[in-house]
Design a binder for this molecule. Sequence first.
Ligand SMILES: Cc1ncc(COP(=O)(O)O)c(C=O)c1O
Length: 404
Amino acid sequence: MDYGKLYSDDVWAFVPSPVRAIFKNYDFSKIISFAGGYPSSDTFRTDDMLLAAEEAFRLYGPGILQYGATEGLMLLREAISERYGVPVNNVGITTSSQQGIDLCARIFVNPADAVFVNRPTFLGAIQSFRSYRADIRGVKASPDASGAEGAEAVAGAYSAAIAAARSEGLVPKFIYLIPDFNNPTGETLSLEAREAVIDVARRESLMIVEDSPYRELRFSGSDVPSMYSLAPDCVLHLGSFSKILAPGFRLGWVFGPREVLDRLTACKQSVDLCPPMLDQHIAAILLKSGRLHDNLRWTVSLYRRKRDFMLAMLERHMPSGVNWTRPEGGLFVFLTLPEHIDTVALYDSALSAGVAYVSGAFFHPDGGGRNTMRLNYSFMDMDRIEEGISVLAGIIRAHINAAR
Ligand SMILES: Cc1ncc(COP(=O)(O)O)c(C=O)c1O
């Protein structure tokens, strides 16, 4: 059978993730992986989950295994509404935030519409937007813009990108941002920068998709208000249980204007009917009882130690000419190497030496970033972090010296 003749035109827009390919081909036990955005398995409280599952069956019976509402279980929507202070009417449940991203693209994007992302940005979002044939415009704006001048620079960068897209006949639809501990850089957008982007979105009548799976993993510094709390009229906020409970649950949430949530829900019906029912009951019980956030405090202290340790190891082992971000939370450090070092080409040597990372090039939708790399610190144990950074630093040093 010639399957090729049957595929839709769009099938070729689904490009497999190079990050997921790493995990398909390699055995975790044999490599030191700084590649994926994997939480530490030590943070998964299976005993709490078992108790919550028992409680759910005891309280609600086998009915919890039935089909449920597409917009999510009311019990969970209420628990999220209470926790985050958002009216329950503006809360929807997603089958993880990757689905939230995809639904946003599905309801807003026609082929060749423009979407704007802070560059570099999450590969999963790039993949999703590409699959709807969006024209993705990367915008480079300083995350820590402060004062009137900083805000003006951020607003200017987005306004210029939007004007350029309009002048090419494209229709701009939304700005996609990860304001808290960006994947891949770990950086956080200042309040001034958030306000500047909101001003631009309102002026240009665009939505903002605020993707925030790391927001509750803050180790230092102080919280910055979410963009949704600043502008609930034009922001869709995506949250996730993946990094605060477990990614295997495949549960997330969305805050947004009711009218837009209705469109998302109608769209979601054709995708998966409803989020997983048992998982939603467990998450609701853990959230309402406070057990989820008790464990989260421990998770945050574990990740703080891991971040500090990775930063210390980078300081100790990396050659001069290599710089990195110092995230206040989240799961990633982002390295910038000398201009001539290509982290895509370097990858095979690192993997042969037993260390995996993700080249920053994959997070740049419109090219560039080949001299950058993303390192995850949540997944590996401390002793393996030390070994891995030392090996990686040796490889980078050898390439820098060879190029001299
Ligand atoms: C910024 C960002 N958004 C969304 C996701 C997807 O998360 P989920 O497991 O909720 O689908 C990730 C996963 O790493 C991410 O980093």
